[in-house]
Design a protein around this ligand. Structure first.
Ligand SMILES: Nc1nc2c(c(=O)[nH]1)N[C@H]1C(S)=C(S)[C@@H](COP(=O)(O)OP(=O)(O)OC[C@H]3O[C@@H](n4cnc5c(=O)[nH]c(N)nc54)[C@H](O)[C@@H]3O)O[C@H]1N2
Ligand SMILES: Nc1nc2c(c(=O)[nH]1)N[C@H]1C(S)=C(S)[C@@H](COP(=O)(O)OP(=O)(O)OC[C@H]3O[C@@H](n4cnc5c(=O)[nH]c(N)nc54)[C@H](O)[C@@H]3O)O[C@H]1N2
Ligand SMILES: [Mo]
Length: 774
C-alpha cells in the first residue's frame, strides 16, 4: 500500500487509465498471464462466457475485446491463484478473520472444499459433500413443520438453470422465502414499471441506441458499473444525440470517454464528450427535477396549442389511445410551484426548461437510470415519474425510444424470470404444481427487508445463501450480525471468502462452487449455462478454464445435492438427470414458461442473445386496465425525511475498484481517491460551515429517531464537488448506518442513496477495517 492519495482526476473514462488498471490487476493478482488473456478474449462472445460483472447487453457483433476494465477485473479476480483451503482455515480463527478488511478476505483466493464451522475451535474444518448435504437435510428437516422459518437467498449471479432449480427447492420445501440481491437494487423497478407500463423490465434493445436522438440519464454510473454501455453511448454522442445527465456527483463516464478499442484515440488521447449537459441534482431530488421537466413540457405544449400552425409537444394520440390517469397527473404537476421544484431539486427553473426543450424536440428518447432512483424511500415514485416523462411523449414501444433500467448482477433480471421471487403471484405456481405433482405454497415470502426483520425478531431460523454477501450488503449490520449467531442453520454457497461466512449460525456450512468461467463437466459432457441481460436477451455461457480445485461442485449440483438429501426417495423432480445434463433443466424451464423460452435449447447460441418477449415493447399494456398508467406522486422529495439543521443526506457509493462487497483494491481512479476507502465526500462550504477541516477524521451517526445508535468512525473529510447538504461515502463500509426501516415504500429497497446522518467528533465509533486514511 502506498498510502492515501487524494487528487482530482482529469482523464476520461476508458483510455490508458483503464488499460493500466487492467494490467495492474493482471500482474498484481498472480494470474497466469496467458490464461488471463485467453479468457478475456472469450468474454461476452457467442462461444465464450458471459462476463460475471455487470448485466449490460452483449452485442451480436462483439468488439475484438468485448470487455471493459471492470469486467476484466472480475474475470481475473475469479481466476486468481492462491486459495482459501483447509490449511488457511486451520491457521485462522473466525474471530481473527472478522477483523480483516473485505479485500483481504476475498484476496485469499478461491474456496476449495466444503467446510463446517467448529464452534469449539472457532474455525472452519473440512467436511465431505455427503456429510454436508446430510447435515443440511437434518437441520431443514427439523424445521419443516413450519417451513416459513427458512430463507433461501440468492445473489444475482447464479444462472437461469441454477435459479430455476433453487426456486423449486424452496417451494418444494414449503415457502416463497426467496429474497435476492434485486431486493436491494432494482426492486423499485420491478414494482414501479408493472404499475406504469405493465412489465417489470426495461423496454429498450441495444439497437435502439442507434436510433435515439436524446438520452436522459438519472443516477447511474456508467463508467464504473456498466462500462461496455459506453460504446453505444459514444456512438450516439457522435451521431449528435443529446445526452443529459442528472447525478449529484460528476461521474467521469457520463462526461468523457476514450474507447480502448480505437487505436487512434488511444494514441492521441482524444476523448468523446458523452453528456451535452450535466446537472448535479440533490440526492433524492429527482422527483422534483422530473416534475420540473414535466411542468415545462406542459408550458411548451400550451404555447404550441395556442398556435394552430405548430405541432403539439405532447403525444396526444398516444396518450389518448394508450394511457390512463393523464388528467390527474397533469393537474398534480401544474399544482407544484417552481419555487418548490427548484428548492427540492437544487437546479434552476431555466435549466429544467432547457432540458424540456431538448427532450420535446427529440424524435426518440431513451431514459436510463440506476440506483440513484431506486434506492430511496420514494424510489418507486421515482421510477413511475420517469415513466410519466416517457409516456408524455410516447417514448415507449417505438424504435429508438424506451425505458432503460441498467440492472446490476449479470443474471439478476433472469433470476426473477425463472421464479426467484418472494411474490407468489409472479410465479406460474399452477404450472409448477402440474409439472412436479406437489402443492405449491401460496403465502407471500420474505424479501431482504423481511429477512433482516425476521432474523432480528427470531421468526427466521435458517438461512441458505446461494452466493452473495448478505450480511455486508444488507442494512442494519450491527444488530443483524448479533442476531445471526442465534440461527439454527446458516449455509453459504460461494466462490470466495467474505464477511457473511464469518458470522455463523449454530450449525454453519461453507460450500465452494465452480465459477462461471470454469469448465463444468458432468455426465453428459461439458455444460453451458444461460443468463439474461439488462435488455431481456438470453445468452449461453461456456466455462473453459480449469476449476480452482477438484473438490468444487457446480451450483446446480449443490442445489440438487441438498434436494436429494432432503427427499431421497422422491422421484417427482429428476434432480440427478438435471445435473447430468443442464439441457434438461432448460427443457423444464421451457415447459414452465413456454412463451418466454420457446425453443430454448435451440436458440441458445443466437448472436447477441435471443430477446424474451416484452409486451410494452409492442405497446401492449399488461396492467389491470390494459392501459399504461400515469401516476401522480404526492411529493417532490424522494428522501422520506425532512431537512434539518446539521442533518445530511448520505449517499453510499461504489468505487471503480469494487464489485458490490468485493473490494478489488483501493483505487477509485475517476474520483481521485487512492489508498483508502475511509472517506466522506463533502462540499467545501459545508466543511467550513460545520467547522471541519480538509483531512480531519470524523464519525457519521444515523439520524433516525428510533432509539438505536448507529455509527461509523474514522472517516476522512474530503472536499468534493457535491451538492450542499449531501455527502457521499462508500458501501459497504457505511451499511451499519442504514436502519432496516429506512427502505423504499412498496419495493422495500434499502434507501442507500439518502440516509439521514449527522457528523460527530466522537472517537469511540467503530472504524471500518482497511487502510487508514492518514
Ligand atoms: N464495476 C462494478 N460494476 C457493477 C457493480 C459494482 O459494484 N462494480 N455493481 C453491479 C450492481 S449489483 C448494480 S445494482 C449496478 C449499480 O450501478 P449504479 O446504478 O450505477 O449504482 P451506484 O454506483 O450505486 O449509484 C449510481 C449513481 O447514483 C448517483 N446518485 C446517488 N444518489 C442519487 C440521487 O438521488 N439522484 C441521482 N440522480 N443520482 C444519485 C451516484 O452518484 C452514482 O453515480 O452496477 C453493477 N455493476
Ligand atoms: N449501502 C449500500 N448497500 C447496498 C448497495 C448500495 O448501493 N449501498 N447496493 C445493493 C445492491 S445494488 C446489491 S445487488 C447488493 C449486493 O449484494 P450481494 O449480491 O449479496 O453481494 P455481492 O457483493 O455481489 O456478493 C459477493 C460474493 O458472492 C460470491 N460469489 C461470487 N461469484 C459467485 C458465484 O458464481 N457463485 C456463488 N455461489 N457465489 C459467488 C463471492 O463469495 C463474493 O464474496 O448490495 C446492496 N447493498
Ligand atoms: Mo445490484
Amino acid at each position: 500500500m502506498t498510502g492515501t492519495r487524494i487528487k482530482q482526476y482529469d482523464g476520461p473514462a476508458g483510455g490508458w487509465g483503464s488499460m493500466q488498471s487492467v494490467l495492474r490487476h493482471a500482474t498484481g493478482e498472480d494470474v497466469p498471464t496467458a490464461e488471463g488473456v485467453v479468457q478475456l478474449h472469450r468474454q461476452n462472445k457467442v462461444d465464450g462466457f458471459a462476463c460475471v460483472s455487470c448485466s449490460w447487453a452483449k452485442p451480436a457483433e462483439p468488439h475484438r475485446f468485448e470487455f471493459c476494465e471492470n469486467g476484466a477485473k472480475a474475470t481475473m479476480w475469479e481466476l486468481e491463484e492462491g486459495t482459501a483451503d483447509a490449511g488457511f482455515f486451520a491457521a485462522h480463527t473466525l474471530e481473527e478473520l472478522r477483523a480483516w478488511p473485505d479485500h483481504d478476505l476475498e484476496a485469499q483466493g478461491r474456496l476449495t472444499e466444503p467446510m463446517r464451522h467448529d464452534a469449539a475451535l472457532d474455525r472452519y474444518v473440512p467436511i465431505s459433500w455427503d456429510e454436508a448435504f446430510a447435515t443440511i437435510a437434518r437441520e431443514l428437516g427439523a424445521l419443516s413443520d413450519a417451513p416459513e422459518r427458512v430463507v433461501f437467498y440468492a445473489s444475482g449471479r447464479a444462472s437461469l438453470e441454477t435459479s430455476y432449480m433453487y426456486a423449486l427447492l424452496a417451494r418444494l420445501y414449503g415457502n416463497n422465502n426467496l429474497p435476492d440481491s434485486s431486493n436491494m437494487c432494482h426492486e423499485s423497478t420491478s414494482v414501479g414499471l408493472p404499475r406504469s407500463i405493465g412489465v417489470p423490465v426495461g423496454t429498450v434493445l441495444l439497437e435502439d441506441f442507434d436510433h435515439c436522438d436524446c438520452i436522459l440519464s438519472f443516477g447511474q454510473n456508467v463508467g464504473v458499473n456498466s462500462p461496455r454501455m459506453l460504446h453505444p453511448l459514444q456512438e450516439a454522442a457522435r451521431r449528435g444525440a443529446q445526452i443529459i445527465t442528472f447525478n449529484p456527483l460528476y461521474e467521469r463516464g457520463w462526461e468523457r470517454f476514450t474507447n480502448p478499442q480505437e487505436p487512434l484515440a488511444m494514441a492521441t488521447g482524444a476523448s468523446t464528450r458523452i453528456s451535452n449537459a450535466y446537472f448535479p441534482v440533490r440526492a433524492g431530488g429527482d422527483l422534483a427535477v422530473m416534475h420540473g421537466i414535466a411542468k415545462a413540457l406542459f408550458a411548451l405544449d400550451d404555447a404550441a396549442r395556442s398556435d394552430p400552425a405548430r405541432e403539439r409537444v405532447l403525444d396526444v394520440g398516444f396518450i389518448e389511445d394508450h394511457t390512463e390517469g393523464f388528467d390527474v397527473f397533469e393537474q398534480s404537476v401544474r399544482n407544484f410551484e417552481w419555487s418548490e421544484i427548484e428548492r427540492e431539486s437544487g437546479l434552476s427553473r431555466a435549466d429544467m426548461e432547457g432540458v424540456a426543450a431538448v427532450y420535446a424536440a427529440a424524435k426518440a428518447s431513451i431514459l436510463v437510470y440506476g440506483m440513484g432512483l431506486t434506492q430511496h424511500r420514494h424510489g418507486v415514485d421515482n421510477v413511475r415519474m420517469l415513466c410519466n416523462l416517457a409516456l408524455m411523449l410516447g417514448n415507449v414501444g417505438r424504435p429508438g425510444a424506451g425505458i432503460c433500467p441498467v440492472r446490476g448482477h449479470s443474471n439478476v433480471q433472469g433470476q426473477r424470470t425463472v421464479g426467484i421471487s418472494e411474490k407468489p403471484e409472479l410465479v406460474p405456481l399452477d404450472r409448477l404444481e402440474a409439472q412436479y405433482g406437489f402443492s405449491a405454497p401460496r403465502e407471500k415470502g420474505v424479501d431482504t427487508v423481511g429477512t433482516v426483520e425476521g432474523v432480528l425478531d427470531g421468526s427466521v431460523r435458517a438461512f441458505v445463501g446461494l452466493g452473495g454477501n448478505f450480511l455486508r450488503a444488507a442494512p442494519e449490520t450491527v444488530r443483524l450480525e448479533a442476531a445471526w449467531r442465534d440461527l439454527a442453520l446458516t449455509v453459504q454457497v460461494a466462490t470466495k471468502l467474505n464477511r457473511s461466512h464469518l458470522v455463523c449460525g449454530r450449525t454453519a456450512l461453507l460450500l465452494p462452487c465452480l465459477g462461471r468461467l470454469e469448465k463444468d463437466n458432468q455426465r453428459s459432457g461439458d455444460q453451458c449455462v444461460t443468463i439474461e441481460d439488462s435488455t431481456t436477451c438470453i445468452h449461453a455461457s461456456f466455462g473453459t478454464s480449469a476449476p480452482a480445485s477438484d473438490h468444487l461442485r457446480s451450483e446446480p449440483a449443490i442445489v440438487a445435492g441438498i434436494a436429494q438429501a432432503l427427499w431421497p426417495d422422491d422421484a417427482r423432480v429428476p434432480w440427478q438427470a438435471w445435473v447430468d445434463d443442464y439441457g434438461l433443466v432448460r427443457d423444464a424451464i421451457e415447459e414452465t414458461y413456454p412463451d418466454q423460452f420457446r425453443d430454448f435449447n435451440a436458440r441458445l447460441h443466437t448472436p447477441g442473445g435471443f430477446p424474451r418477449p416484452v409486451a410494452a415493447r409492442e405497446r401492449r399494456w399488461e396492467t389491470p386496465s390494459g392501459k399504461a398508467q400515469f401516476h401522480a406522486p404526492a411529493r417532490l422529495s424522494a428522501t422520506g425525511f425532512e431537512d434539518a439543521e446539521g442533518r445530511y443526506r448520505l449517499l453510499t457509493i461504489r468505487s471503480n475498484d469494487q464489485f458490490n462487497t468485493t473490494v478489488y483494491g483501493y483505487r477509485d481512479r475517476f474520483r481521485g481517491i487512492e489508498g483508502t476507502r475511509r472517506v466522506v465526500l463533502m462540499h467545501e462550504d459545508d466543511i467550513a460551515e460545520a467547522g471541519l477541516t480538509d483531512g480531519e477524521q470524523i464519525a457519521l451517526v444515523c439520524d433516525a429517531d428510533d432509539g438505536v445508535e448507529r455509527l461509523v468512525g474514522g472517516l476522512r473529510v474530503v472536499p468534493y464537488l457535491i451538492p450542499r447538504g449531501c455527502i457521499a461515502a462508500y458501501y459497504p463500509e457505511c451499511n451499519p448506518l442504514m436502519p432496516v426501516a429506512h427502505h423504499a415504500i412498496d419495493s422495500h429497497v434499502p434507501a442507500a442513496k439518502s440516509i439521514p446522518v449527522r457528523i460527530s467528533r466522537r472517537t469511540d465509533a467503530p472504524v471500518p477495517a482497511g487502510p487508514s486514511p492518514d
